[in-house]
Design a protein around this ligand. Structure first.
Ligand code: HEC
Ligand SMILES: [Cu+2]
Length: 405
C-alpha cells in the first residue's frame, strides 16, 4: 500500500514535469487508444481526491483524539450545536466534487459509446472458449487475433454463439459484454503499433481463463496485406496448415476432436476414407464430396447416433471452396485411411490462387466416376483429383459464391 502510494506519487511528479505521456501510471497499462486518457483522468482524479480526504480525515481524527483526551482537572467542553456555515461547507464542496466527476466521467463515457460514423467494422464472435473476427462480413482472421490499422476508428459488432462473454482490451480501456441473441457495439482507435492483450471478463465456463487473445495494431499498408491474407490463405499457408487453422478457428473443435474422442460430434481423426454409417443410407464412404456435403448441408447425410436432426450448423456461405478443400487436406493428413502423397498435395495446391473453381481442362467433371476417388484413398494421387471432385459436387448444388479475386 505504502509502496503503491509512493510509486504513484513519483510517477505523478514525473508526469507533471515532463508533460503528458502515454504511460498508464502505477495502476493502469499503457494508454494505447484515444479514449484511454479520458478513463485514466477520471480514475486519477477520484484516486487523488480519495487519498487527500483519507489523509486529512485520519490526521484530524488523531489530532482531535490527542487534543480532547481525558485529563485530571479539565472539564469537557459542551458539544457543538448547529452551525450553518459548517453544514453548507460540507454539503457544497462534496456536491461540486461529485459534479466534476460526473461531468468528466459522462463526457468520457459518451466518447467511448458513440462510434464515429466512418469507423471500419469488424465482426466479433465469442464462443466457448475462443474469439472469432470477421472482416467485411466473410473473411476471418486466420490466427484468432484481432488485426486492426493504427489511427483508424474501429467498430466492433459483437455477438455470441453460446453464453455471455465480455470483450476487454485493457490497454484501450474498452470493454463490453458479448451476449447471445443480440449485437453489441464498441469502438476504439488505437494510437500505437504493437500487440495488446484481450481478455474475456465474464465467467463463461470451465476454460474461461484460457479465453485469451490479442489485438495487433498495424500500419495501414501492413493491415491491408493482412486483410489480403485473410481473403486468400493460399498466399501464406499450405492447404493442410490452412485446414488445421480453419478447424481450430471456426468453432469445429467445440464438437469435433482430432484425437479420436467423441465430443458432441464424431471425431475427425481417421474420418477421411472410412465408411460412415448414415441414417437410412447404409455405409457411405467419407471422401471429399461427403466431407464437403457434411459441412455445407449437415442434414443430408446424418451419422448414425448423432441425429437426425444433426446438431451441426451449416457452414454454407462461411467457408468457400478453397477453405473446404483445405479442410479436406487437413482431414487426409490426420487419417490413417489416406495413403496418398501429402507433400505432393501441398505443392500441387499451394500455388498462389490455387483454386478449385477453375474447370478441369482435361476431364469433364460429370464423367469422373466415384471409383476414381476411391482409388485415390488407397494409393497415389491423380493429376488433380480435387478439382475434378469439387466441380462434380458443384454441379449438384448451388454452393456458395466463388471467392472474389
Ligand atoms: C454444434 C456442433 C458442431 C459443430 C460446431 C460442427 N460440427 Fe460437424 N458434426 C457435428 C455432429 C453432431 C455431426 C454428426 C451428425 C452429422 O452427420 O451431421 C457432425 C458431422 C460432421 C462431419 C461428418 C463426419 C461423420 O462422421 O459423418 C464432418 C466432416 C464435419 N462434421 C465437419 C465439421 C467442420 C469442418 C466443422 C467446422 C467448420 C464442424 N463440423 C462444426 C457437430 C458439429
Ligand atoms: Cu468467455
Amino acid at each position: 500500500m505504502l509502496i503503491a502510494i509512493l510509486a504513484q506519487a513519483t510517477q505523478a511528479a514525473a508526469r507533471a514535469t515532463t508533460g503528458p505521456t502515454r504511460d498508464g501510471g502505477y495502476w493502469m497499462p499503457r494508454q494505447s487508444s484515444t479514449v484511454a486518457g479520458d478513463v485514466d483522468n477520471v480514475f486519477d482524479f477520484i484516486y487523488w481526491l480519495s487519498l487527500f480526504f483519507f489523509v486529512l480525515i485520519t490526521v484530524m481524527l488523531i489530532a482531535f483524539i490527542w487534543k480532547y483526551r481525558h485529563r485530571e482537572g479539565v472539564r469537557h467542553e459542551p458539544a457543538a450545536g448547529h452551525s450553518t456555515a459548517l453544514e453548507l461547507t460540507w454539503t457544497l464542496i462534496p456536491t461540486v466534487l461529485v459534479l466534476v466527476i460526473f461531468y468528466f466521467g459522462f463526457r468520457g463515457f459518451m466518447n467511448m459509446t458513440i462510434d464515429p460514423p466512418n469507423s471500419y467494422e469488424v465482426g466479433v464472435t465469442g464462443r466457448m472458449w475462443s474469439w472469432g473476427f470477421a472482416y467485411e462480413g466473410r473473411y476471418f482472421s486466420n490466427d484468432g487475433k484481432l488485426h486492426v490499422p493504427v489511427n483508424t476508428p474501429i467498430r466492433l459488432v459483437t455477438s455470441s454463439d453460446d453464453v455471455i462473454h465480455s470483450f476487454f482490451i485493457p490497454a484501450f480501456r474498452v470493454k463490453k459484454d458479448v451476449v447471445p441473441g443480440r449485437y453489441n457495439r464498441m469502438w476504439f482507435e488505437a494510437t500505437e503499433l504493437g500487440e495488446f492483450d484481450v481478455y474475456c471478463t465474464e465467467y463463461c465456463g470451465t476454460n474461461h481463463s484460457t479465453m485469451l487473445t490479442s489485438v495487433v495494431v498495424h500500419t495501414m499498408p501492413e493491415f491491408q496485406e493482412k486483410l489480403a491474407e485473410f481473403k486468400d490463405w493460399t498466399r501464406t499457408m499450405t492447404p493442410v496448415e490452412a485446414g488445421r487453422m480453419l478447424v481450430e478457428s471456426r468453432g469445429c473443435k467445440q464438437c469435433h476432436s482430432t484425437d479420436g474422442s467423441v465430443v458432441i460430434g464424431p471425431t475427425l481423426k481417421d474420418l477421411y476414407g472410412s465408411q460412415v454409417p448414415v441414417v437410412g443410407q447404409g455405409n457411405v464412404l467419407a471422401d471429399e464430396a461427403y466431407i464437403r456435403e457434411s459441412i455445407l448441408y449437415p442434414q443430408t447425410k446424418v451419422h448414425q447416433g448423432f441425429g437426425p436432426p444433426s446438431p451441426m450448423p451449416s457452414f454454407l456461405g462461411q467457408l468457400n471452396d478453397n477453405d473446404l478443400m483445405a479442410i479436406n487436406w487437413y482431414l487426409k493428413s490426420i487419417s490413417a485411411n489416406y495413403k496418398g502423397d501429402l507433400i505432393e498435395g501441398k505443392k500441387l495446391l499451394a500455388k498462389p490462387g490455387g483454386g478449385t473453381t477453375q474447370p478441369s481442362a482435361t476431364q469433364p467433371a460429370e464423367t469422373v466416376p466415384r471409383q476414381n476417388v476411391n482409388t485415390n484413398t488407397q494409393g497415389g494421387l491423380p493429376s488433380d483429383p480435387n478439382k475434378a471432385n469439387d466441380n462434380q459436387s458443384q454441379k449438384k448444388e448451388p454452393g456458395p459464391a466463388a471467392p472474389p479475386k
